[in-house]
Design a binder for this molecule. Structure first.
Ligand code: LLP
Length: 382
C-alpha cells in the first residue's frame, strides 16, 4: 500500500514540477519522534537546512521541537515559523560577523563554534554588545559514518569541527572568558546513516572525551543528526526507527543530572513526506534505450546528480499491466540530469505524472535556477 495518496485529479490542474508534501505522514513522523524521545533530558532540534518551506517549519515548530540553523536566513525563517529563539541553535563553519551579531541580538540558545578563529570573533562581538554569547564547541570526533563522501563530516580531513587535540586550550579559554557562556560540546558525523554502529562509536568517543574533563560541567551534549531513511522502499518504511535510534544513546551515553542531550535531525523528519511531481514531456526512442523525459530535472532535485542518490520513481497516472524499461531523465543540459537508468515502469506516455519519492529533505531546499528553470512550487495534502 502506498503510504502517500496522490490526488491525481487535483494535480492535473497544477503547474509541474512541484513538491507534494503529505502532512499526515509528517505529523505521524513527528509523533513517533516525540514518543521515542520522551526522556526529559532529550531535546530534538529540526535541521532547517533539510527543508525550510514555511508550512513545513510551522508544523514542526508547533510540535514543540527546536531548530538547528546555519545562517541568519534560516534563523529568520525559524523565528517566523514560531520556534522560540531560545530553542534555535546556530551552527555553521563560516558565520559572518553580521550573522553572529544578529544571532546574539535575537537571543538564540547556542552558537556551535567550529574554530579558534571563530571563537575569537564571537567573543569580540559579544563584548562590543555587552552580551554573553552562549557557546558550544563543535568537536571533530574522527568517525567514519560510512555514507557518501560528500555527506561525511566527522573525519579529520573534513572542514568541520575542532580537532580533539586542540580542544583543551579552547575549553579553558571559554571557561575564563567574560563574554562566553560555555554550554558544552557538539558533534555531527554525517548524513544518511543507515546503521546504528557509527552512533555507538560516537557515544564511546564522547564518553572518553568527557572523562578527560571530570571538573567540567557540560550542560549540553549535542550529538548532531544524520539518521537515514529508506529510499528504496518508502512505503514499507515511511518512518525511521526512532525508538532504536534514541535507545542507542540511552544505553551508551549516561548523562549527569541537569545535562541535556541534543539531537539535530533533518532528513529523518521530512524526507519521506515529500515527493517531486513532474510531467512526462516525451517518451524518446533511443538506439538501445527508451527515455522518459520529465519537465523536472536536477534543478528541482539535485541529489541524484550530486550524490548518485536513487529515489524511487513511480508513474502515478497509469496502472498499466505492461512494464517497460526506461531511463528517466530531466530537461537540463547535463548528462548527470538522470533520475534512474533501466527503471521498470508501467508503459509510460506523454502527459503522465511521475512521482520521485522520498524527496522531502534536501529537495526543494537545494533547488536551483540553472538553465533559467523556474523553482518548483509546493503543494500540501489536507
Ligand atoms: N547537524 C549538522 C551539523 C549538519 O551538518 C546536518 C546536515 C544535520 C545536523 C542534519 O543532518 P540529517 O539529519 O538531515 O542527516 N544535501 C545532502 C545532506 C547534507 C547534510 C548536511 N548537514 C543530501 O541531500 O543528502
Amino acid at each position: 500500500m502506498p503510504v502517500t495518496n496522490f490526488p491525481i485529479d487535483y494535480f492535473s490542474s497544477v503547474a509541474t514540477p512541484f513538491y507534494y508534501y503529505d502532512l499526515r505522514l509528517l505529523d505521524n513522523t513527528l509523533n513517533a519522534i516525540l514518543e521515542a524521545s520522551s526522556d526529559p533530558a532529550f531535546c530534538v532540534h529540526y535541521a532547517v537546512k533539510a527543508n525550510p518551506n514555511p508550512k513545513i517549519l510551522q508544523r514542526i515548530a508547533a510540535s514543540g521541537l527546536g531548530a538547528d540553523t546555519v545562517s541568519i536566513g534560516e534563523i529568520n525563517a525559524a523565528v517566523a515559523a514560531g520556534f522560540p529563539a531560545s530553542k534555535i541553535m546556530f551552527a555553521g563553519v563560516g558565520k559572518t560577523d553580521e550573522e553572529i551579531r544578529m544571532a546574539l541580538l535575537i537571543g538564540v540558545g547556542c552558537l556551535n563554534v567550529e574554530s579558534a578563529a571563530e571563537l575569537e570573533v564571537i567573543e569580540e562581538i559579544a563584548a562590543s554588545m555587552k552580551k554573553k554569547a552562549p557557546v558550544a564547541l563543535r568537536v571533530n570526533p574522527e568517525i567514519d559514518a560510512h555514507t557518501h563522501h560528500y555527506i561525511t563530516t566527522g573525519l579529520a580531513e573534513n572542514k568541520f569541527g575542532i580537532a580533539m587535540s586542540m580542544l583543551d586550550g579552547l575549553i579553558d579559554h571559554c571557561n575564563k572568558s567574560e563574554w562566553i557562556d560555555f554550554k558544552g560540546l557538539h558533534f555531527h558525523i554525517g548524513s544518511q546513516i543507515t546503521t546504528f554502529e557509527p552512533y555507538k562509536i560516537l557515544c564511546e568517543r564522547i564518553l572518553r572525551l568527557l572523562e578527560k574533563y571530570p571538573y567540567m560541567e557540560f550542560k549540553i551534549i549535542n550529538v548532531g543528526g544524520g539518521l537515514g531513511i529508506d529510499y528504496d522502499d518508502p512505503d514499507a518504511n515511511p518512518i525511521p526507527d526512532f525508538k532504536g535510534y534514541f535507545q542507542v544513546f540511552k544505553e551508551n551515553l549516561p548523562l549527569k543530572p541537569g545535562q541535556q542531550l541534543h539531537f539535530e535531525l533533518g532528513r529523518a523528519i521530512v524526507g519521506q513526506c515529500g515527493s517531486l511531481i513532474s510531467k512526462v514531456l516525451y517518451v524518446k526512442e533511443g538506439v538501445d534505450k527508451k527515455f522518459v523525459i520529465l519537465d523536472g530535472g536536477m534543478t528541482a532535485l539535485i541529489r541524484p546528480a550530486l550524490y548518485q542518490a536513487h529515489h524511487k520513481i513511480e508513474n502515478i497516472t497509469l496502472k498499466s499491466e505492461i512494464m517497460e524499461k526506461y531511463d528517466v531523465v530531466g530537461p537540463i543540459c547535463e548528462s548527470s540530469d538522470t533520475f534512474g537508468t533501466d527503471e521498470l515502469l508501467p508503459l509510460t506516455r506523454r502527459g503522465d505524472l511521475v512521482a520521485i519519492r522520498s524527496a522531502g529533505a534536501y529537495g526543494e531546499a537545494m533547488a536551483s535556477g540553472y538553465n533559467c528553470q523556474p523553482l518548483p512550487g509546493s503543494l500540501f495534502s489536507r
